[in-house]
Structures are given as C-alpha cells and as structure tokens.
Design a protein around this ligand. Structure first.
Ligand code: 13P
Length: 349
C-alpha cells in the first residue's frame, strides 16, 4: 500500500527528523531506495518528475512502485509527483495512484517563466481542493529555484527569486497546502555553487525566518544534493568531464531540519553515483556488454548514497514508528478540518 506523505511529514515533525525524497526513472533506482530503506529502517518518499513519468510511460513507474510495496511491505512508502506544472498534470498523477503531488505554481505551465503570486495561489488552491478530496498530500512552492532539470526551472543561480517570508505566510493561509517548498539559493543539477556556499549564496537565514513565521508548516528543501567531491572524482577518473562544483553541505541541511525542514529533495547525487559506477566498469572491463555487469554496481552505488542521506537526515530507524493510515482516513481528516495547516504562531508576525 502506498501511503500519504502528509502523515509521514507529521510524524517526522514529531520526531524532529527530515525525510529524503529521491527521484526515480527506472527499476534499479527504485530498488536502490527500497534496499537502503530496509537496511536503515527508514520511511521512504519516492518521487517522479514529469520527465520521469514520460520516460517510464507512467504506468511502468506506477507498477514498479506497487511491486516495491509488495516486496517491502514493512516500509511506509510514498509516491510523490515532483514539480507538477499544472492542475491537469497533478490530476493525472492522482488518477494514476500517486499519494502526493507537487503543484509548482511558482512557474507558469511552461515550467520556465516565473509566475505571479495570484497565479500561484489560484493553481495551488485548485490542486489542494482536488487532492484533499482524495486524501492526497499537496506540496506547493513559493519563490523559484535556480537551474533547469528535465526542461523544468527558472534558470539562473537561485538568488533571483528567493522566497519572501511575508508572502510565504500569505501563501500558506490562502492555499491550505501540506508542505511548502522554499527558494533559498539552491538550484537543480550538479552546478549549484562555484565555490563552497556561504550565507550570501545559501540563505539559511531566510529559511530560519520562514520557520519562525510558520512554525507548524512542513518546509521542503529542493536542489539539496551535496555533489560530493568523491563522486565527481570517480566520474572524472574514468573519462568523464565534470567541471569543479559545490552542492549543499549536509550540515546546512541538518540545520534546516532543526528549523522545520521535513522533506529534502535529492536527485543529482544519485545520478552521479550511478554514472561513476557505470563508467568505472566500462573503463576497466571494456570487453563487458551484459547490462547487469554495470547496472548492479550502479544500483549498489546509489543505495550507498541513499542510505547515507537517510542516516544524515535522521529518518533512519523511524520506519516502524507509526501505522500508516489508509487514504480514506486522510480524506476524513481533510474534510473535518483536523488536517488543516496551522500556519502562524500567535504573535510571530
Ligand atoms: P538536486 O539536483 O540537487 O538533486 O535536486 C533535486 C530536486 O530538487 C528535485 O526536485
């Protein structure tokens, strides 16, 4: 059974930990995450972008996720849509069986052009109404991340459209969403920072201020790969050509977790791990041509990164803390108001 993201984030909030949300496109990536979760006894968020849904023809991905819940029944597993660009995209994910959707109304439907606040509120509110009626969780975004991945993103270095804390409060009040993605200087992809980030380029002070104003709202950090040097080095050692680059240090993510961050999006680190492992096999054993010869080490390399992040984010050991509620219970909770967000702490503004 795929479970609600909202319940998982509420539990993470009680336990004071964060939950990694790892992107997938294929079977091996799903296997890596599920194995890492079993090893570390973690709850799991698997997420798929529009690009992933199209790559996997949607239904392959969904059924692989059903297989994951059959093979790993002890693990509370969420299937989340990453960066839905329109209510129609979110609707098709909900119809497919996703238990959580992101409506990224910070960009227009083209997935590139920053939108107005009014547009963002309108599309996010529409998705909240549609999703909550089915017990499905909604993540929204205020402010725009940098970079472009899978054709989605505002570009730039992530400092152009930082989240305004006042707007964040108004956005939560007007939309009634479950989780809020904020822009604090991170970008999608490998090239986030040209040197180790400082308070000028990675605005943790903005995150802390948003949490002060919205102490009961689950915050989401996108673009949170750490882009470790050892993973870059393996790729370059075996014929790759990555330019020197820096990601988001794990200690900064841990600071975020102490300040309301409950979901942390990671894709690039896993891509780097997979590519490094494949390059190594093909470089060292050019005679090999069975895909399993390089996909198995690739799967192991991704599993290692995911298990490390699960431990660092604090979700390890929490996989059996709670009995997942059926989605029908979530529908009731949204209908009777018990799952309404409680945005502001009295006097915080
Ligand atoms: P990274 O590119 O840093 O892994 O970010 C992934 C992400 O935010 C997906 O939404």
């Amino acid at each position: 059974m795929l479970v609600s993201m909202r319940q998982g984030l509420d539990e993470a909030s009680k336990g004071g930990y964060g939950v990694g949300a790892f992107n997938v496109n294929n079977m091996e990536q799903i296997q890596s995450i599920m194995e890492a979760a079993r090893e570390t006894k973690s709850p799991v968020i698997v997420q798929a972008s529009r690009g992933a849904r199209s790559y996997s023809q949607d239904r392959f991905l969904y059924h692989l996720m059903v297989a994951a819940t059959e093979l790993y029944p002890e693990i509370p597993t969420v299937l989340h849509l990453d960066h839905g660009n329109s209510p129609a995209t979110c609707k098709s994910a909900i119809e497919m069986g996703f238990t959580s959707v992101m409506m990224d109304g910070s960009l227009m439907e083209d997935g590139k052009t920053p939108s107005s606040f009014e547009h963002n509120v309108a599309v996010t509110r529409e998705v909240v109404e549609m999703a909550h009626a089915k017990g499905v969780t909604v993540e929204g975004e205020i402010g725009c991340l940098g970079g472009i991945e899978d054709g989605h993103g505002a570009g730039g270095d992530g400092l152009e459209h930082l989240t305004d804390p006042d707007q964040a409060v108004e956005f939560v009040e007007k939309t009634g969403l479950d989780a809020l993605a904020i822009a604090i200087g991170t970008s999608h992809g490998a090239y986030k920072f040209s040197k180790a980030p400082t308070g000028e380029t990675l605005k943790m002070d903005t995150l802390i201020e948003i949490h002060r104003r919205l102490p009961n709202v689950h915050l989401v950090m996108h673009g949170s790969s750490s882009v470790p040097k050892d993973l870059q080095d393996i790729i370059n050692q075996y014929g790759g050509k990555l330019k020197p680059t820096w990601g988001v240090p794990v200690e900064e993510i841990q600071l975020g977790i102490r300040n309301g961050v409950r979901k942390i999006n990671v894709d690039t680190d896993n891509r780097l791990a997979i590519t490094g492992a494949i390059r190594k096999v093909l470089f060292e054993s050019p005679e090999k041509f069975d895909p399993r010869d390089y996909m198995k080490p690739a799967r192991d390399a991704m599993k290692k990164v995911v298990a490390e992040r699960m431990t660092e984010f604090g979700q390890a050991g929490h996989g059996k803390d709670y009995a997942p509620l059926p989605i029908s219970e979530m529908i009731k909770g949204y209908a009777n108001g018990s799952l309404d967000p409680r945005p502001s702490m009295a006097g915080a503004r």
